[in-house]
Design a protein around this ligand. Structure first.
Ligand code: GRG
Length: 293
């Protein structure tokens, strides 16, 4: 299948929907709206929304039913990047190839833009006409869990606390599973829930999401060592500088690549029983370990 075309079509749809969803930078709190739009439209691969949509399609659902949830994931992801770049966190100047939100709008507005994107995500996810109420409730609960203490935020705190510390492999794995994997797994699960996936299908897709989610962060760690700033739109070699817990530092680049390949096989195996409607999910799993940005 032509993944490039698939991702580009889905990105266009997601961007058009985000355009309508985000507040206009005029009148009331226009600087805040400007900061939200600045970070959301600074670039980005839109891989999480694509996974929501691909998962819905794999389960026989309709893209239009899942588009608001897909945008919710992008809002949460962008909020996490804004906050991750703040002086109190990674203190980065460049993100998605542009000055970070706090560099462009100041720290206070950047914090609030992140907060507003996080809350907008729930407003969007709950507003999916045509989707059964009990499915939407499950999606909102999934999203909250994946973004919060039990997922991304918990992982971020473990990550911060591991800086400059020699962490053991299971600790590093747990950081990546929570910080990055939880949101990706949840994107896959939410797409499936919206489509009304059966328990067995949801379990298989959860296995797929967990493997892909972990492989995403391993690939990100490898790109931090081998990638180029112009292509990534963010600083490279920063993990080493900050003594962050990362796969290449702990097990080496070669072993990191082997582990990412092993997770790719695991993810493909988890959805073996799905028909050709799951091809985009298969192609996304491959793209994630082979990507250069
Ligand atoms: C609440 C103060 C406060 C901070 C939260 C939650 C958080 C900070 C940070 C999340 C952790 C994080 C940024 C993990 C990294 C995940 C990752 C690899 C991001 C890059 O994702 P891509 O490559 O980026 O999909 P694009 O720009 O393509 O969307």
């Amino acid at each position: 299948m032509d993944l490039e075309r698939y991702l580009s079509e889905k990105s266009e749809l997601v961007n058009r929907t985000l355009e309508r969803l985000l507040p206009e930078p005029e009148g009331y709190a226009k600087n805040l709206a400007g900061a939200m739009r600045y970070s959301v439209f600074a670039g980005g691969k839109r891989i999480r929304p694509a996974m929501v949509l691909a998962s819905t399609e794999a389960c026989g659902g309709k893209v239009e039913d899942a588009i608001m949830a897909a945008c919710a994931f992008e809002c949460i992801h962008t909020y996490s990047l804004i906050h991750d770049d703040l002086p109190a966190m990674d203190n980065d100047d460049i993100r998605r190839g542009k000055p970070t939100c706090h560099k462009a709008f100041g720290e206070a507005v950047a914090i609030l833009a992140g907060d507003a994107l996080l809350t907008l995500a729930f407003e969007a996810a709950a507003d999916s006409p045509g989707v059964k109420m009990e499915r939407l409730l499950k999606v909102v609960a999934e999203l909250a869990r994946a973004a919060g203490y039990a997922g991304m935020i918990g992982g971020q705190v473990m990550d911060m606390e591991s800086e400059g510390v020699d962490v053991a492999f299971p600790v590093l794995e747990s950081i990546h599973i929570h910080k990055t994997g939880a949101l990706i797994t949840s994107a896959v699960r939410c797409g499936a829930i919206i489509a009304g996936a059966k328990k067995g299908e949801l379990e298989k897709l959860t296995g797929y999401g967990e493997a892909v989610g972990l492989s995403f962060q391993i690939a990100d760690d490898i790109l931090n060592v081998e990638g180029r700033e112009e292509k990534l739109g963010k600083p490279v070699r920063s993990d080493k500088r900050r003594e962050k817990a990362a796969y290449p530092a702990l097990v080496g680049v070669v072993e990191s690549k082997r582990l990412a390949e092993e997770l790719l096989r695991k993810s493909l195996c988890a959805i073996e029983g799905f028909d050709e409607k799951a091809e985009p999910l298969r192609a996304i799993a491959r793209f994630i370990v082979e990507r250069r940005n």
